[in-house]
Design a protein around this ligand. Structure first.
Ligand SMILES: [Zn+2]
Ligand SMILES: [Zn+2]
Length: 439
């Protein structure tokens, strides 16, 4: 991120600095003997109910206590979980005549070695599904010799690379972790956009599983060079050898993305497959169909990035309608800024008149309520009469005299009367309170 740094682009950030809500930093609570999250209990739990479930139980107890109950992070108590006891295997059903050897070791997925004693919860966390899967052949070959009766019973732990040092707070509510992560990727990518370039980058996990990124088209379109720099930036973000930015907000985003990549973010409330899809998508950005270099023929008019990505999703919705019993699928549309009023209404129309037919909905971070001149109504919207009418009537109610005209490219372009003035609103989503740090 250093070689192609554009410090001046950072100056574009217009956020007013969210008020720091007075909330003490909350570390991971110390673990106590007899506590559900004490390591010996964790091992027992793990054997009893499997690793994924253990992660959840351990984390739930952490969260319950973490919310201001005054547990410190360091505390000798973390290690004082009692004498390293020999682990008791679940009693064999029939209480046979001779006692079987009990498992005493757990598997360290970071070193690839078996270890005795208790894993230190400050530095080790339970491995999750994908991480266990990678180890399956090794564990399959070795679990019996370690006196486990089933490979699923083996406690597997991995060294933490990142830990939460603060939060999460109330600002996080309402937006899913994956949506917030997509917003972060948009912001980090935005560092590579020239000051007069696109004011927005939209981000979404596309139907092909890749990370869709799109800026606005028109005068401030994304150039090929910017696309390449954003891709390089996102590669740097994943490269631990590339140093942080030394800029508070950027590093806050960076550490969370890296915590996700390291697997440390996937605990408790964040243990979601949708977030895993974001982590996977990040490895493979996709700008095809994103309007890179599209200056709208030099004419006034700009299709906003989120409309461009949503159009690709909608094409997929139509090609792959979901059955009622499959339930609604939510598509997350992240990005740098809150949506403008027109895009927000377009999201609503997409859900109400298009997504509902096919079993999908789009979720975004909310709108700032302002209209922008020369907003291009995307084709997917213009061709659905009820959807188009919905958006048009909302716009006309907000800005009397507003109308759409057909530009030379055939796109419908928003004309706003000269006296329409948009109020100055904060265009950035609320900053989440939680913070992560490398260990
Ligand atoms: Zn407690
Ligand atoms: Zn917009």
């Amino acid at each position: 991120m250093r070689a192609h740094d554009l410090p001046e682009a950072l100056g574009k950030e217009t956020r007013k600095g969210a008020p720091a809500v007075g909330r003490p930093a909350i570390g991971r609570p110390e673990l106590q003997p007899g506590h559900p999250s004490a390591p010996s209990a964790a091992l027992a739990l793990q054997r009893a109910i499997g690793n994924t479930a253990t992660t959840r139980v351990v984390e739930e107890s952490r969260h319950r206590h973490g919310a201001g109950s005054g547990h410190g992070r360091t505390g000798a108590g973390a290690a004082a979980s009692g004498t390293p006891t020999v682990q008791r295997a679940p009693a064999p059903g029939g209480a046979g005549p001779k006692e079987e050897a009990k498992p005493t070791e757990w598997f360290n997925a970071t070193t690839g070695k078996w270890q005795g004693g208790q894993p230190d919860p400050e530095t080790m966390r339970p491995a999750h599904g994908g991480e266990r899967l990678l180890l399956k052949p090794k564990l399959e070959a070795e679990y019996a010799a370690k006196h486990y009766t089933d490979v699923g019973q083996v406690p597997v732990f991995k060294a933490r690379a990142y830990r939460r040092k603060k939060g999460p707070g109330p600002a996080s509510t309402g937006r899913s972790p994956e949506l917030r992560m997509l917003d972060r990727l948009g912001r980090l990518g935005m560092s590579q956009i020239r000051p007069e370039g696109t004011p927005h980058l939209a981000t979404s996990v596309m139907p092909n599983g890749r990370l869709g990124i799109a800026g606005n088209t028109g005068r401030s379109h994304v150039t090929g060079a910017e696309r390449d720099n954003v891709n390089q930036e996102l590669a740097d973000v994943q490269d631990e050898s590339v140093e942080p930015y030394g800029q508070r907000r950027m590093d806050k985003d960076l550490h969370k993305v890296r915590a996700m990549q390291a697997g440390d973010y996937f605990e408790g409330a964040y243990n979601r497959p949708q977030l895993g899809a974001v982590a996977k998508a990040l490895k493979n950005p996709d700008w095809s169909g994103s309007g890179v270099g599209d200056n709208n023929g030099g004419q006034p008019g700009s299709q906003h990035g989120e409309m461009t990505l949503l159009g690709q999703h909608i094409a997929d919705w139509k090609a792959n309608p979901r059955q009622r019993e499959q339930g609604m699928k939510t598509v997350d549309m992240g990005g740098v800024k809150l949506a403008c009023a027109a895009c927000q209404w377009a999201f609503e129309a997409a859900n109400q008149f298009i997504g509902s037919k096919y079993g999908y909905r789009v979720a975004a971070s909310g709108g700032h309520g302002m209209l922008f001149r020369n907003w291009i109504m995307p084709k997917w919207l213009a061709e659905v009469p009820e959807a188009r009418k919905y958006v048009e009537s909302k716009i006309k109610a907000k800005a009397p005299g507003a109308r759409f005209y057909e530009g030379s490219s055939g796109a419908l372009v928003l004309y706003l009367p000269k006296d329409y003035k948009s109020a100055d609103a904060d265009q950035d989503p609320a900053e989440s309170e939680s913070e992560w740090e490398p260990i």
